[in-house]
Design a protein around this ligand. Structure first.
Ligand SMILES: C[S@@+](CC[C@H](N)C(=O)[O-])C[C@H]1O[C@@H](n2cnc3c(N)ncnc32)[C@H](O)[C@@H]1O
Length: 208
């Protein structure tokens, strides 16, 4: 079953007709949309000021434009790690090719981001737990799960469904992670006519 899912996405992205291109600017826009008033660049700068360096991972990193831009800005002070089924042209410091659900994540990551990918990867509870385990002390993760097709509403080809949304909401409600601060919230997107709830976003912060 898992193999079929992976094959489907490898085929889809190998054709290079689906948008997997990104940049710091694009991710800053997503970050703002999910309700943060800080910027990604500002947060990483603060981390580098306080501890001299920062380790950043993007799950479902696509063409790794975001990580590439961060490297251009922060140079040796940042370690960039991309996780994706396909190896991109723009190489971060480390690319971990493979299924995010199966591969081992590196440890002690200061910031984990995932936009436009987790609804394809599936098994949100498992991925959230894996991310929790790879964070450094005071590490933060921003995980965005799409729950509706952004153009048509309703479910598209890869959106997570009601069951998974409920699991995520339950994890948030239960404060499942003890020492971790878990917050979930929803994004409303839409056009002039209608607005739809299109995402569930999980913010993890490791405080011990
Ligand atoms: C729509 S693209 C988004 C890429 C990037 N996050 C962005 O916003 O531009 C989804 C990405 O998730 C990757 N992906 C899908 N399933 C995956 C899995 N199981 N493990 C790792 N990456 C996966 C795809 O290869 C693709 O690069």
């Amino acid at each position: 079953m898992r193999e079929e899912v992976i094959k489907k996405y490898v085929e889809k992205y190998s054709l290079d007709v689906v948008d997997n291109h990104n940049s710091l600017g694009l991710y800053e826009g997503f970050f703002k949309n999910i309700g943060f008033n800080k910027t990604i660049k500002g947060m990483i700068s603060e981390k580098i000021e306080s501890q001299g360096k920062a380790k950043v991972m993007d799950i479902g990193s696509g063409d790794c434009g975001f990580l590439h831009d961060l490297k251009q800005i922060f140079g040796e002070k940042i370690e960039t790690i991309g996780v994706d089924l396909l190896v991109p042209e723009k190489k971060p410091d480390k690319i971990i090719p493979g299924d995010a659900l199966e591969i081992d994540f590196p440890k002690d990551i200061d910031f984990v981001f995932s936009f436009r990918a987790l609804h394809e990867i599936g098994e949100p509870e498992k991925i959230v737990e894996k991310v929790y385990n790879c964070l450094a002390k005071n590490g933060k993760a921003f995980l965005s799960f799409r729950t509706a097709d952004l153009y048509f509403g309703g479910s598209g080809i890869g959106e997570i469904g009601e069951k998974e949304i409920q699991q995520l909401q339950k994890m948030v409600k239960d404060g499942k992670f003890g020492g971790f601060n878990v917050k979930g919230f929803e994004v409303v997107v839409g056009d002039d006519k209608e607005s739809i709830v299109a995402g569930v976003n999980i913010f993890l912060e490791k405080d011990n």
